[in-house]
Design a protein around this ligand. Structure first.
Ligand code: ADP
Ligand code: MG
Length: 346
């Protein structure tokens, strides 16, 4: 009798061990390992671009190399300050033969100019030069009204002509110069994500270009990335004023704290109003969420210029953007769909 019991116990133990073994084995076979994130920072595009990614099929290192290559390629191709760039060539030689990517970026820029009634304007360059915002090394100063008036005559996106038959972009007036700084970062983010996804569709992570963020894929394949929105009134960039959650798409913030100088106690920053030639002074930060970083980038600049009291703010949701603006005195306003992205559990 006793012996029989003992045999039974032994049988149970065997069965349990077998069960546990099967479960462990199937876990090993059917479950994927938790992605391991790696990140790298690249000083490029006038900021520090941080790429955080975990590969699925392709090694993370290869993906970081792809990101690096794309970032520097775009910087060298479109920065107006790089010798041999498309934009520098256009500004100097007054016309260029375009390739498809150049056409895409110029058409997009002109399109955003039209949509925003000229608040976004890629011909802002002569004014940027005047204020010293064209390059980190340029001397920054408040120009005279006469100087501003003179440069304002050269700022109008309609001075850019695209001839699709001749495959030529040209500048129609002497002194007109182009700067794609308002969308180039966003475009670069989108392209890094696209290139990574082309070789590894299930890679996850994000690209952070100085606070302009595009999502490669959700954290561990399922969770939203938590993104803090910088407080424009605080010097502590780690103390966010708001938090949003994204599993895809992009969020871009334009702020008056990004690049500025102070003269006679007044702050002058790098987002200029093409209407009067001065730094736009009716917002202190604008955050835009969109499907693509390029769209969010263009609208963050444009909505900053249009300012806090812009009665047409909600209209821009027609272009797939949601926005939150903070006024110079700290009030905030937003489009109807912005709050959705504060939801943590989706
Ligand atoms: P940041 O991330 O540096 O805040 P933004 O996306 O706000 O960049 O764009 C600012 C940049 O856009 C400037 O450095 C300049 O190159 C360009 N820019 C400034 N004002 C305008 C404007 N009204 N329209 C288009 N581009 C602009
Ligand atoms: Mg922008």
């Amino acid at each position: 009798m006793r012996k029989k019991n003992r045999n039974n116990v032994r049988l149970y133990i065997y069965l349990i061990a077998l069960g546990v073994g099967i479960v462990l084995l199937s876990l090993l076979i059917f479950s994927k390992p938790t992605p391991v994130y790696e990140e790298k920072e690249f000083p490029v595009l006038g900021t520090i671009v941080r790429v955080k990614v975990a590969g699925d099929k392709v090694s993370t290192n290869v993906l970081l190399n792809v990101a690096e290559r794309e970032l520097y390629r775009i910087h060298n191709k479109f920065s107006p300050n790089v010798e041999g760039s498309v934009v520098k060539k256009l500004n100097e030689e007054r016309s260029i033969i375009f390739d498809e990517e150049t056409l895409f970026l110029f058409q997009a820029s002109i399109n955003y100019s039209i949509i925003t009634g000229g608040a976004f304007d890629p011909t802002i360059r002569p004014l940027l030069e005047l204020w010293g915002f064209d390059d980190v090394n340029s001397k920054k100063r408040v120009p005279s009204q006469e100087e501003i008036n003179e440069k304002l005559k050269m700022v109008d996106y309609r001075f850019i002509n695209i001839d699709e038959d001749k495959k030529e972009i040209s500048l129609l007036k002497d002194g007109v110069k182009v700067d794609l700084g308002g969308i180039a970062k966003g475009y670069a983010i989108d392209l890094v994500i696209q290139k990574i996804k082309e070789i590894d569709p299930n890679a996850t992570g994000f690209v952070d270009a100085g606070g302009d963020i595009g999502i490669i894929g959700p954290k561990f394949g399922e969770l939203a990335w938590v993104i803090g929105i910088r407080d424009p009134f605080s010097n502590d960039s780690l103390k966010p004023i708001d938090t949003i959650y994204l599993t895809n798409g992009a969020v871009v913030t334009s702020g008056d704290y990004e690049r500025f100088f102070i003269q006679d106690g007044k702050k002058y920053h790098h987002i200029l109003d093409p209407e009067d030639g001065y730094p736009a002074d009716n917002a202190s930060s604008v955050t835009v969420i969109a499907e693509k970083a390029m769209i969010a980038d263009a609208f963050s600049t444009a909505l900053f210029v249009l300012g806090y009291d812009n009665p047409a703010l909600e209209y821009f949701t027609n272009f797939g953007v949601q926005a939150m603006l903070i006024s110079p005195t700290g009030e905030s306003t937003e489009t109807s769909g912005f709050d959705y992205f504060r939801e943590k559990l989706k």
